[in-house]
Design a protein around this ligand. Structure first.
Ligand code: 5RP
Length: 266
């Protein structure tokens, strides 16, 4: 890996712990203004100091994030379908150029691959092209193993296959879902893996347990969205998730910290 690419990756996956707490806010690229992302700037502002990186689109970055921030940005560059386009969300192309990613001082770029879908081939070839160009420019590529609406695909057999394919085609790191037997996913993927949070879970404890189990089973961190900013206490939430990811906190300790931060803000 060239120095620039490694340096950018080190700004996201922190060398002090080898871990990362990324905050995902890119949902609007196919879902529009979902709950708590109606005004992205207001959601982002209090969370920014607590995230190792934000994952977002160029529109939200340009319009809703202060350029004075030192927080690294992971720019989503794939897209092209919306939730209104029917069942098949897999028809994504490369929608943002790497020239624009560099202009925005992105630390990495992200795209989704849809393994096993109608557009599997195109999305995997898009990944390959993005890795060629990203490597040339020193920009790491995050491959997201998207499942669209087929949530039943989130098992270890499918996710291990999808993550491995992402790594085989050169992704520098991979984002996937947590699942039972997660060590099968992380253990067969030769590049770092972060987990998405998925739809909001019932309790905070569920989120802390998932993050703890993911880290214990080989994830380097989280790239979490709804379970942080759809919580009524998003700062308490991200701080507790950070404690799990970076400090080895147990779910019980994370809940104590969550309650403490929540109370101090009231
Ligand atoms: C969509 C994405 C989202 O960023 C991802 O799902 C993370 O957010 P959440 O924790 O809300 O699931 O990549 O393809």
């Amino acid at each position: 890996m060239d120095w620039g690419l490694r340096n950018r990756l080190n700004r996201i996956i922190r060398p002090e712990t080898g871990r990362a707490v990324m905050l995902a806010l890119d949902h609007g690229y196919f879902l529009g203004p979902i709950s708590r992302l109606e005004r992205p700037g207001a959601t982002i502002e209090p969370l920014l100091p607590h995230a190792d990186a934000l994952m977002l689109t160029r529109g939200v970055l340009r319009n809703c994030v202060s350029p004075a921030t030192a927080t690294p940005m992971v720019l989503r560059v794939s897209g092209g379908r919306s939730i209104l386009a029917g069942e098949d969300l897999s028809d994504e192309g490369l929608a943002t150029s790497l020239e624009d990613a560099l202009r925005l001082n992105a630390c990495a770029v992200a795209l989704s691959i849809y393994v096993g879908s109608r557009h599997e081939r195109e999305t995997i070839l898009n990944l390959s092209r993005l890795v060629d160009e990203g490597t040339r420019l020193g920009l790491p590529v995050l491959a997201v193993t998207a499942v669209g609406k087929e949530l039943e695909k989130r098992d270890a057999r499918y996710l291990a296959l999808a993550c491995r394919i992402a790594a085989e085609f050169g992704a520098h790191f991979v984002k996937t879902y947590f699942c039972d037997d997660f060590q099968k996913v992380s253990g067969s993927c030769p590049v770092p893996v972060v987990i998405a949070g998925g739809p909001k879970l019932e309790t905070e404890m569920d989120v802390f347990r998932m993050a703890r189990a993911a880290i214990d089973q080989g994830a380097v961190g989280v790239d979490m969205g709804r379970n942080i900013w759809q919580n009524p206490h998003p700062v308490a939430m991200i701080r507790a998730v950070r404690a799990v990811v970076h400090e080895g906190a147990s779910p019980d300790d994370a809940l104590l910290l969550f309650e403490h931060v929540k109370r101090s803000a009231e």
